[in-house]
Design a protein around this ligand. Sequence first.
Ligand SMILES: [Zn+2]
Ligand SMILES: [Zn+2]
Length: 391
Amino acid sequence: MPIINRIVDYQSEIVAWRRDLHAHPELMYDLPRTSAFVAEKLKAFGCDEVATGLGRTGVVGVIRGRKAANGSGPKVVALRADMDALPVTEITGAPYASTVAGKMHACGHDGHTAMLLGATKYLSETRNFAGSAVVVFQPAEEGGAGARAMMEDGLLERFAIDEIYGMHNFPGLPVGEFAIRPGAIMAASDYLEISIEGRGGHAARPHLTVDALLVGAQIVNQLQSIVARNVDPVNSAVISICTFKAGHTDNVVPQTAVLTGTARSLTAQVQDLVEARLREVVEGIAKIHGATATLEYERNYPPLVNDARATAFAADVARAVTGADRVDDAMAPLMIAEDFSFLVQKRPGAYIFIGNGDSAGLHHPAYDFNEEAIPYGVSYWARLIETALPA
Ligand SMILES: [Zn+2]
Ligand SMILES: [Zn+2]
Protein backbone atom coordinates (compact mmCIF):
# COMPACT_ATOMS: atom_id res chain seq x y z
CA MET A 1 0.00 0.00 0.00
CA PRO A 2 2.57 2.63 -1.07
CA ILE A 3 1.96 6.14 -2.37
CA ILE A 4 -1.49 6.36 -3.94
CA ASN A 5 -1.37 6.65 -7.75
CA ARG A 6 -4.41 8.86 -7.91
CA ILE A 7 -2.69 11.27 -5.55
CA VAL A 8 0.43 11.30 -7.73
CA ASP A 9 -1.86 12.43 -10.55
CA TYR A 10 -2.84 15.47 -8.47
CA GLN A 11 0.79 16.55 -8.04
CA SER A 12 0.88 19.49 -10.47
CA GLU A 13 -2.41 20.84 -9.12
CA ILE A 14 -1.25 20.61 -5.49
CA VAL A 15 2.07 22.24 -6.40
CA ALA A 16 0.16 25.10 -8.04
CA TRP A 17 -1.89 25.65 -4.83
CA ARG A 18 1.27 25.50 -2.74
CA ARG A 19 3.02 28.11 -4.90
CA ASP A 20 -0.02 30.37 -4.92
CA LEU A 21 -0.17 30.23 -1.11
CA HIS A 22 3.59 30.71 -0.90
CA ALA A 23 3.46 33.86 -3.02
CA HIS A 24 0.74 35.36 -0.80
CA PRO A 25 1.74 34.78 2.83
CA GLU A 26 -0.46 36.08 5.66
CA LEU A 27 0.27 36.25 9.39
CA MET A 28 -1.35 34.97 12.56
CA TYR A 29 -5.16 35.38 12.51
CA ASP A 30 -5.11 37.83 9.62
CA LEU A 31 -5.63 35.28 6.85
CA PRO A 32 -8.46 36.61 4.65
CA ARG A 33 -7.00 35.43 1.35
CA THR A 34 -5.70 32.09 2.62
CA SER A 35 -8.87 31.07 4.44
CA ALA A 36 -11.04 32.11 1.47
CA PHE A 37 -8.75 30.07 -0.82
CA VAL A 38 -9.16 27.01 1.41
CA ALA A 39 -12.93 27.37 1.87
CA GLU A 40 -13.48 27.81 -1.87
CA LYS A 41 -11.50 24.62 -2.59
CA LEU A 42 -13.35 22.60 0.06
CA LYS A 43 -16.67 23.60 -1.50
CA ALA A 44 -15.40 22.78 -5.01
CA PHE A 45 -14.27 19.32 -3.87
CA GLY A 46 -17.76 18.57 -2.60
CA CYS A 47 -17.20 18.52 1.16
CA ASP A 48 -20.53 17.80 2.87
CA GLU A 49 -20.02 20.72 5.22
CA VAL A 50 -17.69 23.73 5.10
CA ALA A 51 -17.44 25.95 8.16
CA THR A 52 -15.52 29.21 8.34
CA GLY A 53 -14.74 31.66 11.10
CA LEU A 54 -13.71 29.16 13.79
CA GLY A 55 -10.88 30.77 15.73
CA ARG A 56 -11.59 33.89 13.65
CA THR A 57 -10.12 32.62 10.34
CA GLY A 58 -9.99 28.83 10.76
CA VAL A 59 -11.75 26.66 8.18
CA VAL A 60 -13.23 23.17 8.66
CA GLY A 61 -14.45 20.69 6.09
CA VAL A 62 -16.45 17.53 6.73
CA ILE A 63 -16.36 14.56 4.34
CA ARG A 64 -18.82 11.79 5.11
CA GLY A 65 -17.81 8.25 4.15
CA ARG A 66 -19.91 5.70 2.28
CA LYS A 67 -21.60 4.58 5.45
CA ALA A 68 -21.70 5.35 9.12
CA ALA A 69 -18.86 3.99 11.21
CA ASN A 70 -19.85 1.19 13.52
CA GLY A 71 -18.22 -0.88 16.25
CA SER A 72 -16.14 0.57 19.02
CA GLY A 73 -13.56 2.40 16.91
CA PRO A 74 -13.52 6.14 16.12
CA LYS A 75 -16.34 7.54 14.02
CA VAL A 76 -14.92 10.95 13.30
CA VAL A 77 -11.22 11.42 12.63
CA ALA A 78 -9.74 14.89 12.15
CA LEU A 79 -6.64 15.94 10.22
CA ARG A 80 -5.13 19.33 10.95
CA ALA A 81 -2.99 21.74 8.91
CA ASP A 82 -1.75 25.22 9.78
CA MET A 83 -2.10 28.17 7.36
CA ASP A 84 -0.08 31.09 8.76
CA ALA A 85 3.27 32.49 7.61
CA LEU A 86 6.03 34.38 9.44
CA PRO A 87 7.34 37.97 9.60
CA VAL A 88 10.49 36.98 7.68
CA THR A 89 11.88 38.49 4.47
CA GLU A 90 12.33 35.75 1.89
CA ILE A 91 15.68 35.28 0.11
CA THR A 92 14.98 32.08 -1.85
CA GLY A 93 14.77 33.86 -5.21
CA ALA A 94 12.14 31.28 -6.23
CA PRO A 95 9.82 32.27 -9.10
CA TYR A 96 6.90 31.84 -6.69
CA ALA A 97 8.62 33.77 -3.86
CA SER A 98 6.61 35.95 -1.46
CA THR A 99 5.04 38.99 -3.06
CA VAL A 100 4.49 40.60 0.35
CA ALA A 101 7.38 42.51 1.90
CA GLY A 102 8.44 41.17 5.28
CA LYS A 103 6.16 38.12 5.18
CA MET A 104 7.13 34.60 4.18
CA HIS A 105 6.03 30.99 4.43
CA ALA A 106 9.26 30.08 6.23
CA CYS A 107 7.76 27.17 8.20
CA GLY A 108 6.15 25.30 5.29
CA HIS A 109 2.53 25.89 6.31
CA ASP A 110 1.86 26.59 2.61
CA GLY A 111 2.89 22.98 1.95
CA HIS A 112 0.86 21.68 4.91
CA THR A 113 -2.26 23.48 3.68
CA ALA A 114 -1.76 22.28 0.09
CA MET A 115 -1.21 18.66 1.21
CA LEU A 116 -4.36 18.61 3.33
CA LEU A 117 -6.29 20.15 0.42
CA GLY A 118 -4.95 17.34 -1.77
CA ALA A 119 -6.11 14.74 0.74
CA THR A 120 -9.52 16.43 0.97
CA LYS A 121 -9.91 16.27 -2.81
CA TYR A 122 -8.99 12.57 -2.82
CA LEU A 123 -11.24 11.67 0.13
CA SER A 124 -14.17 13.65 -1.32
CA GLU A 125 -13.84 11.83 -4.64
CA THR A 126 -13.26 8.30 -3.36
CA ARG A 127 -15.08 8.16 0.00
CA ASN A 128 -13.57 4.77 0.61
CA PHE A 129 -14.17 4.92 4.35
CA ALA A 130 -16.95 4.76 6.94
CA GLY A 131 -17.78 7.55 9.37
CA SER A 132 -16.50 11.10 8.80
CA ALA A 133 -13.21 12.78 8.04
CA VAL A 134 -12.86 16.32 9.35
CA VAL A 135 -10.18 18.53 7.82
CA VAL A 136 -9.05 21.41 10.04
CA PHE A 137 -7.17 24.43 8.67
CA GLN A 138 -6.05 26.61 11.56
CA PRO A 139 -4.69 30.14 11.86
CA ALA A 140 -1.98 31.48 14.17
CA GLU A 141 0.15 28.44 14.87
CA GLU A 142 3.18 30.70 15.10
CA GLY A 143 2.69 31.88 18.67
CA GLY A 144 -0.97 32.81 18.51
CA ALA A 145 -2.50 29.56 19.80
CA GLY A 146 -4.87 29.33 16.85
CA ALA A 147 -5.66 25.72 17.70
CA ARG A 148 -6.94 26.81 21.12
CA ALA A 149 -8.98 29.61 19.52
CA MET A 150 -10.69 27.06 17.26
CA MET A 151 -11.35 24.85 20.30
CA GLU A 152 -12.88 27.80 22.15
CA ASP A 153 -15.23 28.14 19.18
CA GLY A 154 -16.31 24.53 19.71
CA LEU A 155 -14.19 22.70 17.13
CA LEU A 156 -14.04 19.34 18.92
CA GLU A 157 -17.68 19.22 20.04
CA ARG A 158 -19.37 20.77 17.03
CA PHE A 159 -17.83 18.18 14.69
CA ALA A 160 -17.84 15.36 17.28
CA ILE A 161 -14.15 14.68 16.71
CA ASP A 162 -12.96 11.39 18.25
CA GLU A 163 -9.27 11.54 17.27
CA ILE A 164 -7.02 14.15 15.68
CA TYR A 165 -3.73 13.96 13.79
CA GLY A 166 -1.13 16.58 12.86
CA MET A 167 1.90 16.70 10.56
CA HIS A 168 4.88 19.04 10.08
CA ASN A 169 7.71 19.03 7.60
CA PHE A 170 11.19 18.49 9.00
CA PRO A 171 14.34 19.84 7.29
CA GLY A 172 17.23 17.38 7.50
CA LEU A 173 14.99 14.32 7.40
CA PRO A 174 15.14 12.81 3.88
CA VAL A 175 12.09 13.17 1.65
CA GLY A 176 9.89 10.08 1.95
CA GLU A 177 10.82 9.49 5.58
CA PHE A 178 8.68 10.07 8.66
CA ALA A 179 9.58 10.48 12.34
CA ILE A 180 7.38 10.27 15.41
CA ARG A 181 7.47 9.21 19.04
CA PRO A 182 4.89 8.31 21.69
CA GLY A 183 4.63 10.63 24.69
CA ALA A 184 6.13 14.12 24.75
CA ILE A 185 7.43 14.99 21.29
CA MET A 186 7.61 18.77 21.70
CA ALA A 187 8.07 21.07 24.66
CA ALA A 188 6.01 23.43 26.75
CA SER A 189 6.93 26.99 25.83
CA ASP A 190 6.73 29.60 28.58
CA TYR A 191 7.45 33.34 28.44
CA LEU A 192 9.40 34.95 31.25
CA GLU A 193 10.02 38.58 32.06
CA ILE A 194 12.16 39.74 34.98
CA SER A 195 11.84 43.34 36.20
CA ILE A 196 14.57 44.59 38.54
CA GLU A 197 14.32 47.76 40.56
CA GLY A 198 17.51 49.12 42.12
CA ARG A 199 18.65 52.66 42.90
CA GLY A 200 20.26 54.66 40.13
CA GLY A 201 23.02 57.19 40.63
CA HIS A 202 26.42 58.49 39.64
CA ALA A 203 28.66 55.87 38.06
CA ALA A 204 31.63 57.19 40.06
CA ARG A 205 29.75 56.91 43.38
CA PRO A 206 28.46 53.30 43.10
CA HIS A 207 28.36 52.80 46.87
CA LEU A 208 25.33 55.10 46.93
CA THR A 209 23.48 53.05 44.31
CA VAL A 210 21.90 49.63 43.92
CA ASP A 211 23.05 48.61 40.46
CA ALA A 212 20.12 46.99 38.61
CA LEU A 213 22.44 45.98 35.78
CA LEU A 214 24.78 44.09 38.10
CA VAL A 215 21.81 42.34 39.73
CA GLY A 216 20.52 41.37 36.29
CA ALA A 217 23.91 39.95 35.34
CA GLN A 218 23.96 37.81 38.51
CA ILE A 219 20.45 36.57 37.76
CA VAL A 220 21.38 35.59 34.19
CA ASN A 221 24.28 33.54 35.54
CA GLN A 222 22.41 31.92 38.41
CA LEU A 223 19.39 30.94 36.31
CA GLN A 224 21.59 28.51 34.41
CA SER A 225 22.12 26.54 37.61
CA ILE A 226 18.41 25.58 37.54
CA VAL A 227 18.81 23.41 34.45
CA ALA A 228 22.31 22.27 35.46
CA ARG A 229 21.65 21.57 39.14
CA ASN A 230 17.90 21.33 39.88
CA VAL A 231 16.37 19.48 36.92
CA ASP A 232 17.05 15.74 36.92
CA PRO A 233 19.68 15.24 34.19
CA VAL A 234 17.62 12.51 32.51
CA ASN A 235 14.83 15.07 32.00
CA SER A 236 15.03 18.09 29.73
CA ALA A 237 14.64 21.81 30.27
CA VAL A 238 15.86 25.00 28.63
CA ILE A 239 16.06 28.49 30.11
CA SER A 240 17.21 31.16 27.66
CA ILE A 241 17.41 34.85 28.54
CA CYS A 242 17.23 36.59 25.20
CA THR A 243 16.89 40.30 25.95
CA PHE A 244 18.53 42.43 28.68
CA LYS A 245 17.62 46.11 28.78
CA ALA A 246 19.31 48.46 31.26
CA GLY A 247 20.88 51.87 31.21
CA HIS A 248 20.98 54.64 28.66
CA THR A 249 24.34 56.35 29.10
CA ASP A 250 27.88 55.55 30.19
CA ASN A 251 28.09 57.46 33.47
CA VAL A 252 24.84 56.57 35.24
CA VAL A 253 24.22 53.40 37.21
CA PRO A 254 20.82 52.19 35.95
CA GLN A 255 17.86 52.18 38.30
CA THR A 256 16.03 49.39 36.47
CA ALA A 257 16.68 46.40 34.25
CA VAL A 258 14.26 44.20 32.33
CA LEU A 259 15.14 40.75 31.03
CA THR A 260 12.99 38.52 28.86
CA GLY A 261 13.37 34.96 27.69
CA THR A 262 11.82 31.57 27.35
CA ALA A 263 11.64 28.35 29.37
CA ARG A 264 10.99 24.95 27.79
CA SER A 265 10.15 21.60 29.39
CA LEU A 266 8.62 18.28 28.40
CA THR A 267 6.61 17.49 31.54
CA ALA A 268 4.35 19.39 33.92
CA GLN A 269 6.60 18.42 36.85
CA VAL A 270 9.70 19.97 35.26
CA GLN A 271 7.66 23.00 34.20
CA ASP A 272 6.50 23.52 37.82
CA LEU A 273 10.04 23.08 39.13
CA VAL A 274 11.50 25.54 36.62
CA GLU A 275 8.92 28.21 37.42
CA ALA A 276 9.33 27.80 41.19
CA ARG A 277 13.13 27.89 41.09
CA LEU A 278 13.14 30.85 38.69
CA ARG A 279 11.08 32.83 41.17
CA GLU A 280 13.35 31.89 44.09
CA VAL A 281 16.53 32.75 42.20
CA VAL A 282 15.20 36.04 40.84
CA GLU A 283 13.84 37.25 44.17
CA GLY A 284 16.76 35.86 46.18
CA ILE A 285 19.52 37.40 44.07
CA ALA A 286 17.76 40.76 44.09
CA LYS A 287 17.35 40.62 47.87
CA ILE A 288 21.02 39.98 48.63
CA HIS A 289 21.91 43.04 46.57
CA GLY A 290 19.28 45.25 48.21
CA ALA A 291 17.18 45.43 45.05
CA THR A 292 13.72 44.06 44.30
CA ALA A 293 12.83 41.88 41.34
CA THR A 294 9.65 40.33 40.07
CA LEU A 295 9.15 37.45 37.70
CA GLU A 296 6.28 37.35 35.27
CA TYR A 297 5.93 33.76 34.09
CA GLU A 298 3.37 33.04 31.40
CA ARG A 299 2.57 29.49 30.34
CA ASN A 300 1.98 29.53 26.60
CA TYR A 301 1.90 26.19 24.77
CA PRO A 302 1.78 23.00 26.89
CA PRO A 303 4.01 20.06 25.96
CA LEU A 304 2.77 18.14 22.92
CA VAL A 305 2.11 14.62 24.20
CA ASN A 306 1.39 11.98 21.56
CA ASP A 307 -1.10 9.29 22.58
CA ALA A 308 0.69 5.91 22.59
CA ARG A 309 -1.97 4.00 20.65
CA ALA A 310 -2.56 6.78 18.12
CA THR A 311 1.22 7.07 17.63
CA ALA A 312 1.61 3.34 16.94
CA PHE A 313 -1.29 3.60 14.49
CA ALA A 314 0.17 6.68 12.74
CA ALA A 315 3.58 4.99 12.43
CA ASP A 316 1.92 1.93 10.87
CA VAL A 317 0.14 4.15 8.34
CA ALA A 318 3.41 5.92 7.50
CA ARG A 319 5.17 2.56 7.09
CA ALA A 320 2.44 1.40 4.73
CA VAL A 321 2.94 4.55 2.61
CA THR A 322 6.72 4.69 2.49
CA GLY A 323 8.20 1.38 3.72
CA ALA A 324 9.07 0.03 7.15
CA ASP A 325 12.70 1.19 7.09
CA ARG A 326 11.76 4.82 6.41
CA VAL A 327 9.79 5.53 9.57
CA ASP A 328 11.55 6.36 12.84
CA ASP A 329 8.98 5.72 15.58
CA ALA A 330 11.33 6.65 18.43
CA MET A 331 12.74 10.02 17.44
CA ALA A 332 14.23 12.24 20.14
CA PRO A 333 11.84 14.92 21.45
CA LEU A 334 12.34 18.53 20.36
CA MET A 335 12.34 21.56 22.66
CA ILE A 336 10.43 23.67 20.13
CA ALA A 337 6.68 24.08 20.70
CA GLU A 338 3.46 23.62 18.74
CA ASP A 339 -0.14 24.48 19.56
CA PHE A 340 -1.38 21.07 18.37
CA SER A 341 -0.59 20.30 22.02
CA PHE A 342 -3.94 21.85 23.07
CA LEU A 343 -5.84 19.47 20.78
CA VAL A 344 -4.19 16.32 22.12
CA GLN A 345 -4.90 17.43 25.67
CA LYS A 346 -8.58 16.86 24.84
CA ARG A 347 -8.57 14.04 22.28
CA PRO A 348 -6.28 11.10 21.49
CA GLY A 349 -4.04 11.93 18.59
CA ALA A 350 -0.53 12.00 17.22
CA TYR A 351 1.76 14.47 15.52
CA ILE A 352 4.25 13.23 12.93
CA PHE A 353 7.19 14.79 11.08
CA ILE A 354 7.64 14.33 7.34
CA GLY A 355 11.05 14.68 5.69
CA ASN A 356 11.75 17.98 3.91
CA GLY A 357 15.17 16.86 2.65
CA ASP A 358 18.26 18.99 2.67
CA SER A 359 16.55 22.40 2.95
CA ALA A 360 17.37 25.45 5.02
CA GLY A 361 15.98 25.22 8.54
CA LEU A 362 12.48 26.20 9.62
CA HIS A 363 12.03 29.98 9.97
CA HIS A 364 15.18 30.66 7.90
CA PRO A 365 14.77 33.21 5.07
CA ALA A 366 16.12 30.65 2.56
CA TYR A 367 13.79 27.87 3.72
CA ASP A 368 11.44 26.33 1.16
CA PHE A 369 8.89 23.56 1.50
CA ASN A 370 9.99 20.52 -0.55
CA GLU A 371 7.31 19.72 -3.11
CA GLU A 372 8.69 16.20 -3.57
CA ALA A 373 7.28 15.41 -0.12
CA ILE A 374 3.72 16.13 -1.27
CA PRO A 375 2.78 12.61 -2.52
CA TYR A 376 4.02 11.12 0.76
CA GLY A 377 2.16 13.60 2.94
CA VAL A 378 -1.10 13.42 1.00
CA SER A 379 -0.98 9.60 0.84
CA TYR A 380 -0.33 9.50 4.59
CA TRP A 381 -3.44 11.60 5.26
CA ALA A 382 -5.60 9.58 2.87
CA ARG A 383 -4.44 6.19 4.18
CA LEU A 384 -4.84 7.35 7.75
CA ILE A 385 -8.54 7.99 7.19
CA GLU A 386 -9.10 4.80 5.15
CA THR A 387 -7.32 2.72 7.81
CA ALA A 388 -8.85 4.36 10.90
CA LEU A 389 -12.34 4.27 9.39
CA PRO A 390 -12.48 1.06 7.31
CA ALA A 391 -15.42 0.96 4.91
ZN1 LIG B 1 7.14 27.66 12.68
ZN1 LIG C 1 5.40 25.34 11.55
